[in-house]
Structure formats: C-alpha cells, structure tokens
Design a protein around this ligand. Sequence first.
Ligand code: KG4
Ligand code: ZN
Length: 355
Amino acid sequence: MRILGIETSCDETAASLIKIKNGKIKVLSNVVSSQIKIHQQYGGVMPEVAARNHIKNILPVINKALLASPLLTKERGLGGEVDAIAVTRGPGLVSSLIIGLETAKSLAYAWNKPLIGVNHMAGHIYSNFINNNKIEFPALAMVVSGGHTELILMQGHLKFKKIGQTRDDAVGEAFDKVGKILGLGYPGGPLVAKMATQAENRKPALSADRSKVESIVMPRPMINDDNFDFSFSGLKTSVLYQTQKDKNYKKRIPDYCASFQQAVIDVLISKTIKAAKKYKVKSILLAGGVAANKELREQLGRAVSNNIPKVDYHIPGLQYTTDNATMIAVAGYYMAKQKKYTPYNKLKVDCNLSL
Ligand code: KG4
Ligand code: ZN
C-alpha cells in the first residue's frame, strides 16, 4: 500500500509518499517547503502570506514527492503511485489548512482514491512510528509544539486521552516569545536552544538549590501541582522583567536562554514522569516541533532511565519533529487500517480540532 501525505496547517507546505509492506513502513519521499525566511521579516507567521505561498508551492511539492517513487511509469501516471491520500484537516490556520485539504480532495476525486482526514497532533505523535512499529501500549505522549503542550495517554492505536495541557502559552510559543524579548529573531525555539549552549552556568536538571547553581533564577510553574497541566506565560514574563531590570542583560543572553530552557525542561520532565508512573505506561513518546530540542531529548531520556527504567523512551528522527507530511501519511496508514476514510465531499477543515 502507498499513501500520499499532505500537510499545510501552518507555514510549511509538505508532501510525502510512504510505502507499507508486511506492516513495515518505508519513506519514499519527505518534501518540505519552508516559509520561515518569508515570515522572519514579520517576526511571526502572517496567515494571508502563508496561504498565498501554500497555493504557489502545493502542486510542485506534491509533484516532487511523487516523482521520488521508484515504480513511477508514464503509463500509470502520478495517481497510479497512490492507494490513499492522507491530509491534515486541523488544528491550524484555516487559510493554510484549506489549501492542502482542497488539493487532496481534488486529487482524490480525479484519481478516484480514498481520502483520510488526519489530526495534525495525531500526526506529531505518529512521527514516533515512522521508523518504529514496536511501540507498546499504554503509551504516554508529551506533545510540545508551537501551538500545543499536551500529555496524551494512548491505550492503543488512535485511542487518545488528554490528561494535561497548557493553561496559557504553548512551550514552542514561549520559546518564540523569549527569542523575541531577547532580540534573537524568529522562530525563537532553535535560536534560544543554540544560544543556551554558550551559557556559562549550564547545570544538570533538578538540582537541589537552584539559587546556588543558576546565575539567573527562573520559576518552575505548576511543577508541584497535583495535576498534569502546564503554564508557561509567567516564565516568559519572568524573562521580560528580569532583563528589564538587568543593565547588563545583553552580555548574559546565553545565560537567560539556558535558565529559561532548563525551567521549561524541568517542568516537562517532572510531569511526564509523574504521569507515566500514575498510568503505568510501557512507553513514552516525545512529539512536536520542540521535540527537536537536544537538551529536552537527552534529559527526558536520562530521567526515564533513572526513574522508570522499565519504560521504553521513543523520540522521532530530527527531520520528523517539526511539521512534515510523512507523519501525516503514517497516522493516515494507521487510520486506513481501521477503515477511517472520509468521502471527498464530506471532508472539512476544523481549525480547532482536538485529540
Ligand atoms: O510542530 P511545529 O513545527 O509547528 C506547530 O505545529 O506548532 O513546532 C514549531 C515550534 C516553534 O515554536 C519552534 O520555535 C519550536 O517548535 N522549536 C523549538 C526547537 N525547534 C523548533 N523549540 C525549542 N528548541 C528547538 N530546538
Ligand atoms: Zn506541528
């Protein structure tokens, strides 16, 4: 079976072709056209501009993804390469989502292929299944992206139960805002992470007395609360207020980045380990754009092996952490196995879709 994945929920236009044989997934192509350079000048994603660029890019990106197929012949045509089309239907920007979705519907109609409407966050979680079909349930997914911070319990494939979420800013959003406060540019996440590597006071997670080891002390919001929710807007404000009071802050930007990043990681790790113990999970999955963060990847891995060594820890390959269409195709494959198809005339965008 071959599935074409299409993703346009925010500012990346992406298409991917995957092949599944005897339950094993092979990625034939993973094409991502990023608009970061365009949106950098605005300091964030401009929905109208993103939509116009999706329109320009969508067919060339799909064409490139399909041309990668080793079996492509002139007679069979591009549609002959595809058994089903999986497309993101939400959550995301409505003007961006609609372009991928309407393109997928048109192709499904023209080629007479089944269509699968995929939840973008399910796609992020399924980035863990791209090169790995041995994940055991129950599993706990920590989903950290530009728009979401959620702890999701999975009792089986596509069985999602949200057990915690952010009450204000998402983790990626907080990284991006801190990047802006510190004048690093957009998107702030990778820039803050890079700066943090130059900090003088990088210290291991969860040290007993932070004031002795951190040159800049940041709060750990809700870390001891008896729930699995998060709050990151106060942390971002703490960076803002401390830099406003600090005449030398420009010389200490790496320290601010490292302290902020460590505070975020401490909270994420603490809640993930607590939830994993409570729900007795067999696997932990990290997912979403912030899963590209090297410190988070490594420190969560260490925390799992130190605290709950019997639990397997999974992370997606770096190229599958930020938005891509392979994760949508793979989630689509697991949906196809459960016959979760939608007729092309019934599939609609839902920009507030939740898991
Ligand atoms: O999943 P994604 O590509 O888009 C959404 O669905 O939101 O996530 C993008 C987010 C941005 O906020 C970006 O700054 C953040 O992921 N991000 C990072 C890193 N790489 C991307 N945050 C922290 N460290 C990184 N290395
Ligand atoms: Zn995303």
